[in-house]
Design a protein around this ligand. Structure first.
Ligand code: PLP
Length: 390
């Protein structure tokens, strides 16, 4: 069998750190261990019934069995605009300022293809969601990491970015509520971001994947609520987390019309948009009853309370997440992130994601998902207690 060489673009792709972790975990599962897996980011609840029913009915519509319009159904783009108006008071032109995506991940990788040339720089949060790196690598551009430090509430310090990198920077990724640190952004930070991006001609890509999940009465802010945001950037919204629709692959890029147009142009060459029945169900999710969203948010908040209270009770001094469905926990001093993750897996069969997988500044932390029942989270706390580490 011939072994064909991949393109240089594929060779540049970063290693999938978490695929390695999944392999390790599978060996424990196959050996019959009772694993508590807190390492992943896959919502554990089903999609709400009214959205599934909408898909079932729409699947019978014969016009939907044909190719959908290239740039998505107008009714879905209108639903995206109506959603932004209702939720955030943001006005969007559905045809020029909304692009339909195959999930947020696709848009986050595509935007680098759309805006970056070889040797341009993308400003990337560290720790951060690893898919930002993939698009930048494919475009043969360079990354300037922006450390997210606890002492800065996990917000980047723009004044620390070297001048040489700033001169070449074309794109910046941000993500609040943040994966993995669970931090949220403030209005003043977004105001500063708009000024910084404007002065330096940088396109901001705000990944708002956890936009529906804020705790303690604090509602996460859309970047587009910030004055001038549309002039300097876009926001990527996904239905994956808000409506437990991770498997459906529906998202949007919204905001700056020139960036939306370039994403649409790229997608014209890759795809013919989503199955129209999925688009109809997605519109139902955005426009129908939002009670499911509030119920889900409360579920995560209760789980967070159980986990954080439990860890405090056993003497682990951890910070309570402000949003997202993750907790970002500092590991005991004698451990590295990976060492601690291995220790938990080997001794009490708990899976957590080592922080260094999200970048250099993730070292010293592990990420824990709130994606299992309160009962399982209590059991996880009991198992950690039995290690007498704190
Ligand atoms: C920060 C962040 N952005 C984007 C995504 C991608 O979500 P999707 O491609 O399902 O829309 C995820 C998924 O885990 C995420 O954690």
């Amino acid at each position: 069998m011939k072994q064909f060489q991949t393109s240089d673009a594929l060779k540049r792709l970063p290693e999938q750190f978490f695929a390695k972790l999944a392999g390790k975990v599978n060996r424990y599962v196959e050996a019959g261990y009772d694993i508590i897996n807190l390492g992943q980011g896959n919502p554990d609840q089903p999609t709400p019934a009214h959205i599934i029913e909408s898909l079932q009915q729409a699947a019978e519509n014969p016009t939907y069995h044909k190719y959908p319009p290239f740039r998505g159904q107008p009714f879905l783009k209108q639903a995206g605009a109506d959603f932004y108006k209702r939720e955030f008071g943001v006005e969007l032109d559905p045809e020029k300022e909304v692009a339909v995506l195959f999930g947020g991940k696709a848009g986050l990788v595509e935007v680098s293809q759309c805006l970056l040339n070889k040797s341009d720089v993308a400003l990337v949060p560290d720790p951060g969601y690893p898919d930002y790196w993939s698009g930048v690598a494919m475009a043969e551009a360079d990354m300037q990491m922006m450390p997210l430090l606890e002492e800065n509430d996990f917000l980047p310090d723009y004044s620390a970015i070297p001048e040489s990198a700033l001169a070449k920077a074309k794109l910046m990724f941000l993500n609040y509520p943040n994966n993995p640190t669970a931090a949220v952004a403030t209005k003043s930070f977004f105001d500063e971001t708009v000024r910084f991006a404007d002065v330096n001609d940088i396109c901001v890509v705000h990944d708002f994947a956890y936009g529906a999940i804020g705790f303690d009465g604090e509602r996460p802010q859309s970047f587009l609520e910030t004055e001038g945001a549309k002039d300097v950037g876009i926001e990527i919204y996904t239905l994956s987390k808000t409506y437990n629709m991770a498997g459906w692959r529906v998202g949007f890029a919204v905001g700056n019309p020139s960036v939306v147009e370039s994403i649409n142009l790229l997608q014209d060459h890759f795809y013919v948009s989503l199955f129209s029945a999925v688009q109809e169900a997605a519109a139902e999710a955005l426009l129908g009853s939002q009670k499911c969203v509030e119920d889900l948010r409360q579920t995560y908040e209760s789980r967070r309370n159980v986990l954080i209270q439990g860890l405090h009770d056993i003497g682990w001094d951890v910070t309570s997440p402000a949003g997202s469905f993750f907790a970002w926990l500092k590991v005991p001093e004698s451990f590295t992130s990976e060492g601690f993750a291995d220790y938990l897996l080997e001794n009490v069969q708990i899976v957590v994601a080592p922080g260094n997988g999200f970048g250099e500044y993730g070292e010293g932390y592990v990420r824990v998902g709130l994606l299992t029942s309160e009962e399982k989270l209590r059991e996880a706390v009991e198992r950690i207690k039995s290690l007498h580490l704190f």
